[in-house]
Design a protein around this ligand. Structure first.
Ligand code: C5P
Length: 233
């Protein structure tokens, strides 16, 4: 059953705790990204875990294998459930992250790979030396590289999820931001899908920020999205 992950796109621990408290039982999984982690450090991860919630630590590691391995170990010790790396870090780096995560056993962190940042287009890829592949082809190749080297899944747009499910098989975690319930404000997202569409296409986790946190009634918004996801199975 697919899960909602609420993006804690705030920059203080107090605000993060207030959101988690407000959502209560309606949400069990939270994403902590670079902004919040850089502001508050591991204490904010501990604070969210102290509510009994799962944490997706989205720091997108990209470094030499030993550094990434040790950083994943640090995340595992914090009790993090999902962590991201960049698949362009290469095979050895992906494997080092996956092995460090696996050392925590079944309840340890799972490694997700970022394939191609959605902010990059074909011209940007050419600038960094990725020639001869469209962004979509690069996403597929990087997804395959990540899964072949021990990553549990990838982060991808809801528009890519159906193709990636076919390419990566039934076990892959497919974590999709860019989810908007029908009628919700799209904001700065360009390629969105409804929660039902994302789940039907194969998403295992939907990362949702503003549609829940900026809603008049965030608990009701979260419950409505969960109901739409359950109905789409
Ligand atoms: O508020 P909204 O639902 O758009 O938040 C989506 C979250 O997912 C944000 O934390 C955003 O940074 C993240 N994300 C995204 N698109 C990507 C990767 C991450 O929207 N390609």
């Amino acid at each position: 059953m697919a899960e909602i992950i609420v993006a804690l796109d705030v920059n203080s621990r107090a605000e993060a705790e207030a959101k988690v408290r407000l959502l209560g039982d309606a949400v069990n999984f939270y994403k902590i990204g670079l902004e919040l982690f850089t502001a508050e450090g591991p204490d904010v991860v501990k604070a969210v875990k102290a509510f009994g919630k799962k944490v997706f630590l989205d720091l997108k590691f990209h470094d030499i294998p030993r550094t990434v391995e040790r950083s994943v170990t640090s995340g595992g010790k914090l009790g993090v459930d999902l962590m991201t790396i960049h698949s362009v870090g290469g095979k050895a780096m992906i494997r080092a992250a996956a092995d460090a995560a696996a050392a925590f056993g079944e309840t340890g962190p799972k490694i997700l790979a970022v394939t191609v940042l959605t902010s990059l287009d074909a011209g940007d890829l050419a600038d960094i030396g990725v020639a001869g592949r469209t962004p979509a082809e690069q996403v597929q190749a990087m997804g395959r590289l990540a899964l072949d080297n021990g990553a549990a899944g990838i982060v991808c747009s809801p528009k890519e999820v159906r193709a990636m499910r076919e390419i990566l098989g039934p076990a892959a975690l497919l974590v999709t931001p860019g989810v908007r319930p029908a009628g919700a404000a799209v904001g700065d997202q360009k390629r969105v899908a409804t929660p039902g569409e994302a789940v039907r296409d194969g998403s295992t986790h939907l990362v949702v920020g503003r549609p829940i946190l900026a809603a008049e009634d965030p608990v009701a918004a979260a419950r409505a999205i969960a109901a739409e996801m359950a109905a789409a199975r």
